[in-house]
Ligand binder design. Structure first.
Ligand SMILES: Cc1ncc(COP(=O)(O)O)c(C=O)c1O
Length: 386
């Protein structure tokens, strides 16, 4: 039986193995394991990739968020708005600074922040003089948020905007890339991301010199130079070996992203015929980079099992929204608070996708879905009235 993995990191590695070996060898030969030229060069190259002025390499995407919020002076008692359908790292960074996340609902078609819900929430909080400080706009699955609307709200209420671009390397909104769409952006290079290291890694990207300087200081113990510290910081540096690996992979990223998009389009063309499947929507002016290819389907458990039996791996990103997680019980949210997020969490299904998956593998997944749907009777109407 065919086995279709959710993503195939090994097949990608096989194609770039000699380049990776060379890059690792160069670092080993230099014995320059902390910071050094590889980190600086990667920072310059990734900033250029984003079209931004500054990139500061850091230890991972979670720390990127922590440092970015810290650089914006988010601290004890502040409120930071974001969505509940994200990985918990988004909100962990808020809490670690003594601030508190406040959730808002999503656009059910794109899965990203709903500006109307955002504005209503900010209005309510401001009317009681609550200390709202910032918005984290999560470009989930690789689809950019409606940044014009988010920024208008931010301007009206004097809020800072952080992009959580962990899933959106190279995504674009109206011709501009993630990394340039808010005050500051945070990237993860977790191995499975569109640009993935061979371990943990991340970056903060910004056009703002002050933010860049503060993040650069914070990631390295708040130091200005050796043994001179302007403030207490963290040990959140980007590992030099990872920087060298990322430089190799960054050279391929545009090509891999084009292939990802072509693969996603192949899925969409075939699956669009199926009435009980909702394919991902791409809003005008958006470049979706498909970190994940996420459909909506009724009777999801039956389809998952059918696919599994046919050797196709799938995922759910994410099955339990953050406002209903035990970790956030103390925030007092209840089921029903965010209907679009909750409905999505019951229906979303991520299909195998990366730059390596072949046309015939995608075809196999689509044909298996078709067969499955002809065998199960999808609950009519459940999906369409999202
Ligand atoms: C949306 C989002 N934010 C933040 C992170 C955190 O990144 P990392 O795993 O590199 O800490 C991730 C990925 O894991 C993510 O998907």
């Amino acid at each position: 039986m065919l086995q279709i993995p959710f993503m195939n990191l090994i097949s990608q590695y096989e194609k770039i193995k000699p380049e990776i070996f060379q890059a690792i060898n160069n670092v080993l030969d230099s014995a320059n394991f902390i910071m050094g030229p590889e980190v600086t060069l990667f920072e310059q190259e990734f900033a250029a990739f984003c079209g931004a002025r500054h990139c500061i390499g850091v230890s991972n995407g979670t720390d990127a968020l922590l440092l970015a919020l810290d650089a914006l002076d988010v601290g004890s008692g502040d409120l930071v708005l974001t969505v509940p359908n994200t990985f918990i790292a988004t909100t962990e960074a808020i809490t670690r600074l003594g601030a508190q996340p406040v959730f808002v609902d999503i656009n059910p078609e794109t899965f990203v922040i709903n500006p109307d819900s955002l504005e209503l929430t900010v209005q309510k909080l401001r009317s009681i003089n609550a200390p709202v400080k910032a918005i984290i706009a999560v470009h989930l699955y690789g689809h950019p948020c409606d940044m014009e609307a988010v920024k208008q709200i931010a301007q009206r209420y004097e809020l800072r905007v952080v992009e959580d671009a962990a899933q959106a390397h190279g995504a674009e909104y109206k011709g501009k890339r993630t990394g340039t769409l808010g005050d500051v952006a945070c990237f993860s290079f977790y191995p499975g991301k569109n640009l993935g290291a061979y371990g943990d890694a991340g970056a903060v990207v910004t056009n703002d010199q002050q933010i860049a300087d503060k993040v650069a200081m914070l990631r390295n113990h708040g130091r200005i130079k050796k043994y001179e510290h302007l403030m207490e910081g963290y040990n959140c540096r980007l590992d030099t070996l990872q920087a060298a690996i990322l430089r190799v992979k960054l050279n391929h990223l545009d090509e891999w992203t084009r292939q990802r998009i072509a693969n996603a389009n192949q899925y969409s063309t075939t699956l669009a015929e199926l009435p009980s499947i909702v394919i991902p929507l791409v809003t005008p002016g958006a470049r979706h980079v498909y970190h994940l290819y996420v459909i909506r389907v009724a009777n999801r458990p039956v389809l998952i099992e059918y696919l599994q039996r046919a050797g196709v791996s799938t995922g759910i990103h994410y099955p339990l929204p953050l406002h209903l997680q035990p970790a956030y019980r103390h925030l007092g949210y209840r089921e029903g608070d965010f209907p679009a997020v909750e409905k999505a969490s019951r229906e979303i299904l991520s299909l195998p996708l990366d730059a390596e998956i072949t046309a015939s593998q995608i075809n196999y997944v689509c044909q298996t879905i078709k067969q499955s749907l002809s065998e199960i009777k999808a609950a009519p109407g459940e999906i369409k009235d999202a």
